[in-house]
Design a protein around this ligand. Structure first.
Ligand code: SAH
Length: 351
């Protein structure tokens, strides 16, 4: 097993069979070795630094009905909210004062925000904070819209592929959602010039090791600037309410494998990981992650952006969140840095 881990570190790749063998057979001791090897790789490239992104969850309205997600359209229990432009800009202002230089605008697929509105919001943030990177995470739109958002000043886009296995995709989503379209969106985003992020949930219902191998192969070939992964966590008002949560152990294993397959990739230790285990994000960093995404949303709406049950950080003000995360990183010997934190392979002008 150690040979395999060393080979992965050296070649930044393994065959599908080797990946499958590693995932299914690694012992706790060898997993520790894998995590340390991945952390060493991240240290070599990014040092003892962790990038922060300020996350603004601006709407929990969604037209989709993903079986796993708490803000799905058919969840009548979800209390819906939308932030107006002024509220979004206020979040940015607070974030800027706290030192954030990346803002991530995330939401359900909410067509209330027309392409024009998103462009306006992006333009205003870009004008006010030209030294900041703007990331969108608003789901699937058409090529023209993606192009307009990019021209308005959004440099990055996060769109998790969710699973690279078509059949698995159809077990997580209703028939009106298309695996091909999601994958096509990712290609389009990359073609337009975004620093693009993909990703998936670990331990989502019906996921097999073969699905994970496909995810890893897709990620390796796609060469995203960012990869977002976190454990699947169930939400009580979804069709998957009785499904088991994804495992922290497997998430840490996959974070390390992804770090070694794409050494420069930006890899967040996600809120889901911190929810699944109280020191999950610290463990994520020690397994090779190098990004954290504290919440900048107004405290009044945080509980409502409920993708899964028991989400952490829903009670604190943004300043507290940043302070808490900085301390958590310090406790493991890492320093939070507030620069834009571009993927060093994808630095694009001053956008
Ligand atoms: N509407 C946007 C943003 C979705 S929310 C989009 O389509 O990209 C961001 C991510 O949260 C999703 O891509 C999904 O991978 C994750 N997520 C949703 N429900 C979850 C759950 N129950 N447990 C863990 N992660 C979840």
């Amino acid at each position: 097993m150690r040979n395999l881990i060393d080979k992965l570190a050296e070649k930044n790749n393994l065959s599908d069979e080797e990946l499958k063998y590693l995932i299914e057979n690694i012992s706790d001791e060898d997993l520790d070795y894998l995590n340390k090897t991945a952390r060493k790789k991240a240290d070599e490239i990014y040092g003892k630094k962790v990038f922060v992104r300020g996350l603004i969850e601006f709407t929990n309205y969604c037209k989709n009905n993903c079986y796993y997600c708490g803000i799905r359209a058919e969840n009548k229990n979800a209390e819906r909210y939308r932030l107006c432009e002024e509220e979004i800009l206020n979040c940015c202002k607070q974030g800027y004062e706290l030192g954030f230089r990346t803002f991530v605008l995330q939401g359900g697929e909410d067509m209330y925000y027309s392409d024009d509105m998103i462009c306006d919001i992006v333009k205003k943030i870009h004008k006010e904070y030209p030294d900041c990177a703007i990331t969108l995470s608003i789901g699937e739109r058409d090529e023209n819209a993606y192009k307009r958002f990019f021209d308005a000043g959004a440099a990055r886009f996060l769109l998790r592929h969710e699973t690279a296995d078509k059949e698995h995709y159809s077990k997580l989503h209703p028939d009106n959602m298309s695996f091909e379209n999601r994958m096509k969106c990712l290609e389009t985003l990359k073609k337009i010039g975004y620093q693009t992020g993909c990703g998936f949930m670990v331990g989502s219902p019906y996921q097999t090791t073969d699905c994970l191998v496909k995810d890893l192969r897709f990620i390796k070939n796609f060469e995203p600037a960012m990869v977002g992964i976190g454990p699947y966590l169930s939400h009580k008002h979804t069709p998957f309410c009785d499904k088991e949560n994804g495992s922290v152990r497997l998430t840490l294993m996959l974070l390390s494998i992804i770090r070694l397959m794409l050494p420069e990739v930006l890899l967040p230790a996600t809120t889901a990981l911190g929810t699944a285990k109280s020191d999950g994000r610290e463990k994520g960093i020690l397994a090779g992650a190098n990004v954290v995404m504290p919440n900048l949303s107004p405290v009044s709406v945080r509980k409502k952006y409920s993708l899964y049950d028991n989400k952490i950080c829903t009670g604190e003000e943004s300043a507290q969140c940043k302070f808490c995360l900085s301390n958590r990183m310090k406790s493991i010997g890492y320093e939070v840095v507030t620069s834009r934190g571009d993927n060093i392979k994808f630095v694009k002008g001053d956008k």
